[in-house]
Design a binder for this molecule. Structure first.
Ligand code: FA5
Length: 338
């Protein structure tokens, strides 16, 4: 019986050594170590032995069992290692391959102009204010001194959702909203935002465009302060050599009112001027409606077309380029000003 046990042990160890994969190793385990396996059968043979022989034989069977268990464990580890190495080999990463090309966006040129304006004016002590694009007739027109039957309304027709609500035609209603919110306190704000008009689209006009409004209300302000702010803005945007030209104009909410042109060098070398904004000293009625005493406070305001600045600054031939989302156009502005 001892001989049989020895043989069984040798066979088992040889079969384990030759096993090539985990399934065949498991078959061997079942064959020898399961409840009805060869080793258990040998245990069963104990009954055939005398009382004296049993302990020694039982111990031998246990030793054989442990050896087979250990051999199976070690072989299992070895097979798993080989398989892991094979997988690693198959999944090798080529670190020399070029990486994926990620498209990196840039800030839209109109937003670049807005950020540029904000940088300048925040540095001069202005706050950035915002107002709704869907605006009340009251703020868009009446608080701006354009009563219901005012003829100047004709120049700013817009999209109405009902009799009183319209897509704002300029950023000036933010003047009225801010004045009421500040309750008679001095203020300095700029307000960038979208505006809408029933204008026919052409190279310099769009039915939707962006303005940036400026409003200052303080004691002792004069027209010179307005001119200073405008010159600072133009030189910040276009360079220190630029000059501005003020032409008398009319807005119901400012008095006196001006339109402001910026100088540029024409192709023939002579100096030309392009209009970029409207401005003026805040009309006493507008101050009064906003809760300010025009005998004590003075104000100046301006409204500048952001697309017009970008057109002039980057030499763009058509305002519609800003809205067609053509990456060939937009990618030219990546990194400008940053
Ligand atoms: C106004 O909208 C006044 N609210 C500006 C103002 C504010 C005056 C405060 C006084 C005090 P105007 O309609 O001129 O004014 O427009 C101002 C600027 O917006 C123009 O100079 C121009 O740069 C731009 N703009 C006007 N219409 C269009 C359009 N259809 N497309 C693109 N830009 C436009």
């Amino acid at each position: 019986m001892i001989e049989h046990l020895k043989k069984l042990n040798e066979d088992a160890l040889n079969r384990i050594k030759d096993a090539l994969d985990l399934p065949s190793l498991d078959t061997i385990r079942v064959f020898y170590l399961s409840k009805k396996g060869e080793v258990s059968l040998m245990m069963g043979k104990l009954r055939e032995l005398s009382q004296e022989e049993r302990p020694a034989f039982g111990q031998k069977v246990n030793e054989v069992k442990e050896q087979i268990e250990l051999a199976i464990y070690e072989k299992k580890q070895a097979i798993e290692n080989v398989e892991l190495l094979k997988t690693l080999e198959a999944e090798q990463i080529d670190v020399t391959l070029p990486g994926y090309q990620f498209y990196q966006g840039g800030v839209h040129p109109l937003n670049q102009v807005i950020e540029d304006l904000e940088d300048l004016f925040v540095g001069l002590g202005y706050e950035v204010a915002e107002g709704p694009e869907l605006e009340n007739d009251h703020y868009n027109f009446e608080m701006m001194n354009l009563a219901k039957d005012h003829p100047a309304r004709a120049m700013q027709d817009s999209f109405y959702t009902d009799e009183n609500m319209l897509l704002r035609t300029h950023t000036s209603p933010v003047q009225a909203r801010t004045m009421l919110a500040k309750k008679g306190e001095p203020l300095r704000i700029i307000c960038p935002g979208k505006v809408y008009r029933r204008d026919s689209d052409d190279p310099t006009h769009s039915h939707q465009f962006i303005q940036t409004e400026g409003l200052v209300i303080e004691k002792g302000l004069s027209f010179a302060n307005l001119k200073d702010a405008l010159l600072k803005m133009v030189r910040h945007l276009f360079g220190p050599e630029r000059v501005i030209r003020l032409r008398p104009s009319y807005f119901p909410f400012t008095e006196p009112s001006v339109e402001v042109d910026v100088s540029y060098i024409k192709k023939d070398g002579t100096i030309g001027y392009i209009e970029i904004l409207g401005a003026g000293q805040v009309h006493p009625d507008v101050l009064r409606m906003g809760g300010y005493d025009p005998e004590v406070y003075q104000g100046f305001a301006f409204g500048v077309g952001v697309e017009r600045i970008a057109i002039l600054k980057y030499n763009i031939d058509d305002i519609r380029h800003f809205y067609t989302n053509d990456l060939r156009f937009l990618s030219q502005f990546k990194g400008i000003n940053r």
